[in-house]
Design a protein around this ligand. Structure first.
Ligand code: MG
Length: 147
Protein backbone atom coordinates (compact mmCIF):
# COMPACT_ATOMS: atom_id res chain seq x y z
CA UNK A 1 0.00 0.00 0.00
CA UNK A 2 1.13 3.53 -0.76
CA UNK A 3 2.15 6.11 1.80
CA UNK A 4 0.53 9.42 0.89
CA UNK A 5 1.15 12.70 2.75
CA UNK A 6 -0.81 15.94 2.82
CA UNK A 7 0.10 19.44 4.04
CA UNK A 8 -2.63 21.43 5.85
CA UNK A 9 -2.08 25.20 5.47
CA UNK A 10 -2.62 26.28 1.87
CA UNK A 11 -3.33 22.66 0.90
CA UNK A 12 -6.08 20.72 2.74
CA UNK A 13 -7.51 24.03 4.00
CA UNK A 14 -7.48 25.41 0.42
CA UNK A 15 -9.59 22.71 -1.17
CA UNK A 16 -12.78 24.62 -1.94
CA UNK A 17 -14.19 22.00 -4.31
CA UNK A 18 -13.27 19.07 -2.04
CA UNK A 19 -11.04 17.37 -4.61
CA UNK A 20 -8.11 16.86 -2.28
CA UNK A 21 -10.34 15.60 0.52
CA UNK A 22 -11.85 13.05 -1.84
CA UNK A 23 -8.33 11.86 -2.75
CA UNK A 24 -7.50 11.59 0.97
CA UNK A 25 -10.71 9.67 1.67
CA UNK A 26 -10.07 7.30 -1.26
CA UNK A 27 -6.59 6.61 0.09
CA UNK A 28 -7.84 5.72 3.59
CA UNK A 29 -10.64 3.61 2.10
CA UNK A 30 -8.18 1.71 -0.11
CA UNK A 31 -5.93 0.99 2.87
CA UNK A 32 -3.11 3.36 1.94
CA UNK A 33 -1.19 4.92 4.82
CA UNK A 34 -2.21 8.58 5.03
CA UNK A 35 0.08 11.10 6.73
CA UNK A 36 -0.49 14.73 7.59
CA UNK A 37 2.82 16.62 7.62
CA UNK A 38 2.22 20.11 8.97
CA UNK A 39 4.23 22.82 10.67
CA UNK A 40 2.61 23.45 14.09
CA UNK A 41 2.91 21.29 17.23
CA UNK A 42 0.95 18.02 17.09
CA UNK A 43 -1.92 19.14 19.37
CA UNK A 44 -2.59 22.12 17.11
CA UNK A 45 -2.50 19.97 13.96
CA UNK A 46 -4.99 17.54 15.56
CA UNK A 47 -7.39 20.44 16.18
CA UNK A 48 -6.97 21.80 12.66
CA UNK A 49 -7.51 18.53 10.81
CA UNK A 50 -10.46 17.62 13.05
CA UNK A 51 -12.02 20.99 12.14
CA UNK A 52 -11.60 19.99 8.47
CA UNK A 53 -13.63 16.84 9.12
CA UNK A 54 -10.71 14.39 9.05
CA UNK A 55 -10.87 11.43 11.45
CA UNK A 56 -7.50 11.47 13.21
CA UNK A 57 -7.85 7.74 13.95
CA UNK A 58 -7.37 7.03 10.21
CA UNK A 59 -4.18 9.07 9.71
CA UNK A 60 -0.70 9.64 11.12
CA UNK A 61 0.15 13.22 12.09
CA UNK A 62 3.73 14.44 11.87
CA UNK A 63 4.42 17.91 13.27
CA UNK A 64 7.41 19.62 11.63
CA UNK A 65 8.06 21.65 14.80
CA UNK A 66 8.03 18.54 16.99
CA UNK A 67 10.18 16.62 14.49
CA UNK A 68 12.77 19.44 14.35
CA UNK A 69 12.91 19.60 18.16
CA UNK A 70 13.32 15.81 18.36
CA UNK A 71 16.20 16.15 15.88
CA UNK A 72 17.90 18.81 18.02
CA UNK A 73 17.45 21.71 15.60
CA UNK A 74 17.77 25.03 17.45
CA UNK A 75 14.29 26.61 17.71
CA UNK A 76 12.80 29.68 19.32
CA UNK A 77 9.35 31.25 19.76
CA UNK A 78 8.19 34.72 18.80
CA UNK A 79 5.82 36.82 20.94
CA UNK A 80 2.82 35.03 19.35
CA UNK A 81 4.24 31.63 20.42
CA UNK A 82 5.01 30.63 16.82
CA UNK A 83 8.09 28.43 16.51
CA UNK A 84 11.02 29.39 14.28
CA UNK A 85 14.30 27.86 13.15
CA UNK A 86 16.87 28.62 10.44
CA UNK A 87 15.46 28.60 6.91
CA UNK A 88 17.50 25.68 5.61
CA UNK A 89 16.41 23.37 8.43
CA UNK A 90 12.79 24.35 7.84
CA UNK A 91 12.70 23.77 4.06
CA UNK A 92 14.75 20.56 4.34
CA UNK A 93 12.50 19.15 7.08
CA UNK A 94 9.67 17.69 5.01
CA UNK A 95 12.09 15.94 2.64
CA UNK A 96 13.88 14.38 5.59
CA UNK A 97 10.55 13.37 7.13
CA UNK A 98 9.46 11.83 3.81
CA UNK A 99 12.74 9.87 3.66
CA UNK A 100 12.36 8.68 7.26
CA UNK A 101 8.72 7.60 6.79
CA UNK A 102 9.22 6.34 3.20
CA UNK A 103 6.47 8.58 1.86
CA UNK A 104 5.60 7.80 -1.80
CA UNK A 105 3.79 11.06 -2.59
CA UNK A 106 3.20 14.39 -0.87
CA UNK A 107 0.75 17.19 -1.66
CA UNK A 108 2.04 20.63 -0.55
CA UNK A 109 1.54 24.26 -1.57
CA UNK A 110 5.16 25.32 -0.99
CA UNK A 111 7.59 24.57 -3.84
CA UNK A 112 10.54 25.28 -1.52
CA UNK A 113 10.21 21.80 -0.03
CA UNK A 114 10.60 20.05 -3.38
CA UNK A 115 14.37 20.17 -3.84
CA UNK A 116 14.92 18.39 -0.52
CA UNK A 117 12.59 15.50 -1.33
CA UNK A 118 14.14 12.05 -1.70
CA UNK A 119 13.99 10.59 -5.22
CA UNK A 120 11.48 8.05 -3.93
CA UNK A 121 8.90 10.72 -2.99
CA UNK A 122 6.74 12.32 -5.68
CA UNK A 123 6.12 16.00 -4.85
CA UNK A 124 2.75 17.37 -6.01
CA UNK A 125 2.45 21.16 -5.86
CA UNK A 126 -1.05 22.08 -4.70
CA UNK A 127 -2.13 25.43 -6.06
CA UNK A 128 -5.38 25.76 -4.16
CA UNK A 129 -7.53 25.49 -7.31
CA UNK A 130 -10.67 27.55 -6.88
CA UNK A 131 -9.47 29.78 -4.03
CA UNK A 132 -7.46 32.32 -6.01
CA UNK A 133 -7.63 34.88 -3.20
CA UNK A 134 -5.01 32.89 -1.29
CA UNK A 135 -2.23 33.93 -3.65
CA UNK A 136 -0.99 37.42 -3.01
CA UNK A 137 -1.94 37.23 0.66
CA UNK A 138 0.57 34.64 1.77
CA UNK A 139 3.22 35.67 -0.72
CA UNK A 140 3.35 32.22 -2.26
CA UNK A 141 3.21 33.30 -5.89
CA UNK A 142 6.19 35.68 -5.49
CA UNK A 143 8.19 33.01 -3.71
CA UNK A 144 7.50 30.51 -6.48
CA UNK A 145 8.69 32.97 -9.13
CA UNK A 146 11.97 33.43 -7.30
CA UNK A 147 12.84 29.75 -7.52
MG1 MG B 1 1.40 24.78 3.38
Amino acid sequence: MARIAFDVHGTLDHDADGLLMSILNSCTKDGDDVYIISGPPTEQVIEEVTALGIDVACITIISVVDWLKANNVHMWQDDKDNWWCDEHSWWASKGEICAEYKIDMIFDDKIQYKKYMPKTTKFVLWEGTTDVSYYGKGGSSEEIEEL
